[in-house]
Design a protein around this ligand. Structure first.
Ligand SMILES: [Zn+2]
Length: 415
């Protein structure tokens, strides 16, 4: 993801969260995803067709709500002279303000944080927010420089997809001098040209890897010794210089070199991930041992603290294997929840479904279950907390397991 204004992301996260909870009375909430570059008039034409189809809806209330929402969406779209850079997402529908019958058509326009590539129109009893939510997840981006003395390719690797973002040619002459040229003068000239080229590559790398993409590290690749010379002489911005994850030999530089480096990058990334996990677990134990109140562990305590917004980074073992079961009383809405081992949750659901509600004694429940890591991820999304799943088969993973398999490093002290 390109670097984003954190306040903008926070706002988007908060709105999405609010919208995800909304329920329509019937199938009447519109979600519209417009990809980058799709002309607005085409979208309006599609919505006009949908308007025609919606006129056949049997229920008066639902039909009127859908038609109102479509009208409002088309009116709003007409205000755009062109599609925003990353595309546009609109949620529109009749939402209750105070119980059934109080619905008012509301419209939400959101600009995606990354380029949107697919078109989506849905009319449903809820808003489809997942695609935008996915975009808000933090991606780990790696920069790749594939360099030799003739050209350099810059690429970014983002969730298994590599994109070549820049190619710089050197203009440096061959290693052999033309007849009549003095050897020293030739060497000096070549050195100056190379120096100029390395500086240009470094400037472009800073622009792409720091200003546009917030990379966590870079891989430098290429045939021969040019790449080593480039790194050794400190041309790179210091942040990139200290973020060199690996130096790889490839047969090519430039675009081909970037693609070649990608094949080898997976191993580098895996190793990087393990190092990162170790670092996180060690940081956690440092906090626990220092007694400053900035670390907690244990399922219930971590979940409560996560809900309060105090969690910075949550660590959970990949073998935690727990399920959250919620029984919601259909009569009074009272909820009972329990978190149990995966092998016990079916039995628990049966037990809960026949148990009387503690508030109204009804035995009619809605039962839902969810994997604990998914539940945690949802809670963390609300507060912008990070969730890191830690492999259990390393020494650090076992350390985490020894304190219950779930723990958190906090933003501030909670008690
Ligand atoms: Zn009840």
């Amino acid at each position: 993801m390109s670097k984003q204004d954190s306040v903008k992301l926070y706002r988007l996260r908060r709105i999405l969260n609010e919208l995800a909870q909304k329920k329509g009375r019937g199938t009447e909430l519109i979600s519209l995803y417009i990809p980058q570059g799709k002309p607005i008039h085409e979208v309006i034409a599609t919505l006009r067709e949908e308007y025609g189809t919606a006129s056949n809806i049997k229920s008066d209330t639902t039909r009127n709500h859908v038609l109102d929402a479509l009208t409002k969406t088309m009116q709003r779209l007409k205000l755009y002279t062109r599609t925003p850079e990353n595309g546009l997402v609109i949620f529109c529908g009749a939402l209750p303000t105070n119980g059934p019958g109080s619905e008012v058509v509301r419209i939400y326009e959101l600009e995606p944080p990354k380029p949107l590539s697919v078109f989506l129109y849905r009319c449903d009893d809820h808003f489809h927010t997942d695609m935008l939510k996915d975009m808000l997840k933090e991606d780990k981006v790696i920069g790749i420089i594939a360099i030799d003395s003739t050209e350099a390719g810059l690429g970014v690797l983002e969730s298994n997809r590599v994109e070549v973002v820049d190619v710089i040619t050197s203009g440096v002459g061959g290693k052999h001098r033309a007849g009549g040229q003095s050897a020293r003068r030739f060497e000096r000239l070549r050195e100056m040209e190379l120096n100029d080229y390395f500086n240009r590559v470094a400037t472009h790398a800073k622009k792409s890897f720091i200003d546009s993409y917030n990379v966590i590290g870079i891989i430098v690749a290429g045939p021969g010794p040019t790449k080593d010379e480039f790194i050794k002489n400190g041309y790179l911005d210091y942040r990139l210089q200290k973020g060199v994850l690996a130096v790889l030999d490839t047969s090519y530089a430039g675009i081909e070199g970037v693609r070649e480096a990608l094949d080898k990058a997976q191993d580098v990334l895996q190793e990087y991930r393990l190092i990162e996990e170790k670092r996180l677990v060690r940081r956690l134990f440092d906090e626990i041992n220092s007694n400053k109140g900035l670390a907690i562990y244990g399922m219930q305590e971590v979940i409560d603290t996560l809900k309060s917004g105090a969690v910075d980074t949550l660590l959970v073992n990949d073998n935690i294997n727990k399920v959250r079961v919620v029984a919601r009383c259909k009569r009074c809405g009272n909820e009972q929840e329990a978190i149990v081992n995966r092998d016990r949750y079916i039995a628990l659901e049966q037990e809960l479904s026949s148990k009387a509600c503690s508030r109204c004694s009804s035995t009619d429940h809605d039962i839902n279950d969810q994997d604990i890591v998914e539940y945690i991820d949802e809670l963390a999304f609300n507060t912008g907390s990070r969730v890191e799943v830690i492999s259990s088969n390393t020494e650090e993973g076992k350390m985490l397991e020894s304190i219950g398999g779930i723990a958190a490093i906090l933003r501030y002290k909670v008690r």
